[in-house]
Design a protein around this ligand. Structure first.
Ligand SMILES: Cc1cc2nc3c(=O)[nH]c(=O)nc-3n(C[C@H](O)[C@H](O)[C@H](O)COP(=O)(O)O)c2cc1C
Ligand code: SF4
Length: 432
């Protein structure tokens, strides 16, 4: 049986079994909190051994790209003589994603412990957690947890008498989606406008204030203490090869119980849908966006045959992304859905590169005219061509994120677009 927020079985226990009332340091310690850090410090476990354990766990970054965390940590030049930084990305602005704010609300010390271990493993003494600007309560809770950790000697100079120093600070962000892109986040942390940087250089060599920096997602750090306590192999076994551990899926849309569900990677989508109470009102499943708004939409029938892990979703033609699963039933108009998404990316483009700045506007306007009965059949080719001219030609991946949904909606639901153009009305009865 997989695990959910309200159901504590085998899992990395990031959210499982928690209800928002047991987040304090004393509660966290009652369930074994900070024992991974103590294990490392008391046994003088080497940074190399920690990174080897992460590699064995097949933990992949939970922020979207699924990059192997152990490998990322091994890029940090440990012997760099100056300041190095550790940054947590709690910006979480992707439509459909709402897991990181719950980690901050329900289990903030788990994130703090994961970050301290990260600092120790990479020889870093200063960290920041950048929290989305529109989520005030989660930011406040994180600050309270930081105070508790400092008072108990888990943060600061000479942690638990080990000689290791790590200072961690919370930063309340500015509420722009683009500030979740790691280099825009660094710019924003430096007090500048959140504009993505050209890469390379990557943050591991030129990050915050030009110093070597490692950035990971909130859920990624939160998975680390369990791996240290139980071993990388055990974490890997919860999931499947190349897809270690549990993952939090934020399910929203037309299901009975939208919520966060922490389940092993590789669980069939059908099982996840069942955990979320099935389709709302017993309606038929039409489509699923499996990994946040940037992930290409897939037909419901495909998803019912697919497992929830990075490789299976990629094979099915989409991305696991941040694990935000948007479920759409038979009453949803795909043209209207794409219009909403296109508007979001048009609004959120930072405007630095021409294909993204101009292209997102064009895609929005063309989908808008199709939705409003003024489209032409050539518009479908035009949309694909604009998407082609954005994808892979921009400074950051927001351009790709805007282009991919357009192509997928047209590929899978072309008949609905054609009906809008030819009949100036919607194929879906609800919206006629
Ligand atoms: C437009 C855009 C927005 C992003 N937003 C987030 C975000 O809110 N949270 C996050 O962790 N990663 C986000 N990312 C991915 C980050 O750039 C980065 O890959 C991630 O924080 C790395 O952490 P991980 O390796 O633990 O996944 C975003 C990327 C793009 C292109
Ligand atoms: S792709 Fe878009 S969001 Fe990213 S840097 Fe270029 S204009 Fe800005």
């Amino acid at each position: 049986m997989p695990t959910s927020l309200h159901d504590r079985h085998i899992s990395a226990q990031i959210l499982s079994g928690l209800d928002g009332k047991n987040w304090r340091l004393a509660d966290y310690q009652k369930r074994g909190g900070y024992s991974a850090l103590k294990k490392i410090l008391e046994n003088k476990i080497t940074p190399e051994a920690i990174i080897a354990e992460l590699k064995a766990s097949a933990l992949r970054g939970r922020g979207g790209a699924g990059f192997p965390t152990g490998l990322k940590w091994s890029f940090m030049p440990r012997q760099f003589p100056g300041q190095k930084y550790l940054v947590c990305n709690s910006d979480e602005g992707e439509p459909g994603t709402f897991k990181d704010r719950d980690i901050l609300r329900y289990n903030p010390h788990l994130l703090i412990e994961g970050m301290i271990i990260g600092g120790y493993a990479m020889g870093i003494s200063v960290g920041y957690n950048y929290v989305h600007g529109e989520i005030w309560d989660a930011y406040e809770r994180f600050e309270e947890a930081l105070e508790e950790a400092r008072a108990a000697g888990f943060l600061g100079d000479n942690i638990l008498g080990s000689g290791f120093t790590f200072h961690l600070h919370g930063v309340h962000g500015y509420g722009a989606y683009i500030c979740g892109e790691e280099t825009a986040l660094l710019e924003s942390l430096e007090g500048k406008k959140g504009l993505p940087r050209f890469k390379p250089p990557f943050p591991a060599s030129y990050g915050l204030y030009g110093k070597p920096t490692t950035i990971n997602n909130t859920e990624t750090f939160a998975a680390v203490p369990w791996i240290i306590l139980n071993g990388g192999e055990a974490f890997l076994k919860i999931g499947k090869p190349n897809n270690g551990g549990t993952k939090i899926f934020s399910i929203s849309g037309d299901v009975e119980r939208p919520d966060n569900y922490e389940i092993p990677l590789g669980t069939p989508f059908a099982k996840l849908l069942e955990l979320a109470g099935g389709m709302r009102g017993g309606k038929k499943l039409k489509a699923v966006i499996p990994g946040g708004s940037s992930a290409p939409v897939l037909p419901g029938a495909t998803m019912m045959q697919t497992d929830m892990d990075y490789d299976s979703i990629a094979k099915a033609g989409s991305m696991l992304g941040s694990g935000a699963v948007i479920v759409m039933d038979e009453t949803r108009c795909m043209v209207k859905s794409l219009l909403r998404l296109s508007y979001f990316y048009f609004e959120e483009s930072c405007g630095q590169c021409t294909p993204c700045r101009e292209g997102t506007g064009w895609m929005y306007r063309v989908v808008h005219r199709i939705e409003h009965g003024q489209g032409r059949l050539e518009d479908l080719d035009l949309l694909n061509s604009v998407a082609d001219n954005i994808q892979g030609r921009t400074i950051c991946a927001l351009g790709d994120a805007a282009a991919m949904p357009v192509r997928a909606f047209i590929k899978h639901y072309r008949d609905e677009f054609i009906h809008h153009i030819e009949h100036k009305s919607c194929l879906v009865p609800t919206y006629v």
